[in-house]
Ligand binder design. Sequence first.
Ligand code: CA
Length: 177
Amino acid sequence: MIFVLTLIALIGSSVADYESYYSCTCYEYRIFCSLPEELPAGSDWSEANAYCGTLGGTLATIDSEDTWNGIRGNIRPEWKENGCNWGFWIGFKDMRPHPHLPSHKTNPQFFSWVTPMCTYYENWAESQPNDNRSESEHGQLCVQLWYRPGHKGKYDDEYCYENKGFVCQIPYNCNCP
Ligand SMILES: [Ca+2]
């Protein structure tokens, strides 16, 4: 398993790239603070995942601490403030039909990644997932890299309808190292 962390030139005003080479499969991770202007406003979890689909990918499935750090290292400092609504969607979600029991509160095993990978990496913020239901009976089914002050991209479950920044994962053909 070889990882090559590459900082790609910033593209446009709302996206930064990071690449991971994992066992002959290459993934490009593109980080958006919002949807490009030509698309309808909003970047809730489903819209963000659909937009990643137009790029040939999905929201990001984080396979390792290296990938997590690579993504975090490519989030612009100004994006870590509330301009992206305090977080970035990733491809991790409680996909069980609603209503469902038990709650995923303190039960992160009920979350599923959208893209099959060889390994998966989780790094939840303290006291998360908490499945807060104060604003929706459905609870918090979608996972973000959380950038409320002090959280530094650790995972938090959040209401799926929130508009957030997001991270796309796009596979592409590459030469194995
Ligand atoms: Ca939460």
